[in-house]
Design a protein around this ligand. Structure first.
Ligand code: C2E
Ligand code: MG
Ligand code: MG
Ligand code: MG
Length: 284
């Protein structure tokens, strides 16, 4: 009779669910070990001013160098790390490593960049986030103005005074705040005005099909115009073609980031290829 029940209810579902749950548990364990073993690395992708072409910053993007599988994209582990809370220590490692790298570059006499770091919602919920950012800036010696934190719309929309206070306290340390993937979430103009945001980052989904898709061009142009009216900077991500760069620049988009201008690369390669080109320094 148990067999009978099993057949009618759980039989076809349990094995799949169990497999998925076990896979997540196993991946979570591997991720925790990976963090302890130093298997994460940061790649840096350059950001350029659209008009002048000047190198102005870079975004730090995490990768997992798994001994078994090689380089693993954040799309495969960040969502799970967010679910399990591992994103908090991992995100702190990212922030510390990116700030330390920024300081190394300054000490080497390379042109000053702004280093952008992605924050997740779980990190924003940490009551001691401000102190952690302050400690990392102090310990690494990166000037606060050299750091930019990328948030997403969902992290601030609908949030209360507590989040507002937290972001103001972070801003008081010097970092700038950017809204990543802008246009994919729900944003209210009131929030954009009320929160101490410095920059909108146009999501790559609106850039990808420029100039074929007219509505994407309209959306990108509208975001750029809105940023101008709100006195915010605006950067486009996912810029892959000269046509996209030309259109965004003509609309007044301040900065661009994408494969056309540079892929995310390890720090040593960034110095060789990106700084080398932008500063006229000889490659090391
Ligand atoms: P994101 O912050 O929106 O980063 C942009 C993604 O677009 C990166 O993917 C980047 O490599 C990719 N990209 C850059 N230029 C181009 C282009 O021209 N064309 C196309 N098709 N893609 C381009 P990546 O490195 O795989 O990161 C994916 C996402 O993972 C990031 O999206 C971000 O949400 C998350 N992520 C990465 N590193 C971290 C981190 O340290 N902390 C947190 N919380 N999230 C991170
Ligand atoms: Mg980002
Ligand atoms: Mg983005
Ligand atoms: Mg994205």
């Amino acid at each position: 009779q148990a067999k009978e029940q099993g057949r009618n209810t759980y039989r076809f579902y349990t094995p799949t669910l169990t497999t998925a749950a076990n896979e997540r548990l196993a991946l979570d364990a591997r991720l925790r070990r990976a963090l302890a073993n130093g298997e994460f690395v940061l790649h840096y992708q350059p950001q350029f001013e659209s008009q002048s072409g000047a190198l102005i910053g870079c975004e730090a993007l995490v990768r997992w160098l798994s001994p078994e599988e090689g380089m693993i994209s954040p799309a495969r582990f960040i969502p799970l790390a967010e679910d399990t809370g591992l994103i908090v220590p991992l995100g702190e490692w990212v922030l510390r490593t990116a700030c330390a790298q920024g300081r190394v570059w300054l000490d080497a006499g390379l042109p000053a960049l702004t280093i952008a770091v992605n924050l997740s919602g779980r990190q924003l919920q940490q009551p001691d986030l401000v102190q952690r950012v302050a400690d990392i800036l102090e310990q690494t010696g990166l000037p606060g103005e050299r750091l930019k934190l990328e948030l997403t719309e969902s992290m601030i929309m609908g949030s209360g005074d507590q989040t507002l206070d937290l972001l103001r306290a972070i801003k008081a340390l010097g970092p700038r705040l950017s809204i990543d993937d802008f246009g994919t979430g729900y944003s209210s103009l009131a929030y954009l005005k009320r929160f101490p945001i410095d920059e909108l980052k146009i999501d790559q989904s609106f850039v990808r099909d420029i100039p074929q898709d007219e509505s994407d061009m309209e959306i990108a142009a509208t975001i750029i115009a809105m940023a101008r009216n709100l006195h915010l900077k605006v950067i486009a991500e996912g810029v892959e073609t000269p046509e996209q760069l030309a259109f965004l620049t003509s609309q007044g988009c301040h900065a661009c980031q994408g494969y056309l201008l540079g892929h995310p690369v390890p720090a040593n390669e960034f110095v060789r290829t990106v700084f080398g080109r932008a500063s006229g320094l000889h490659p090391v």
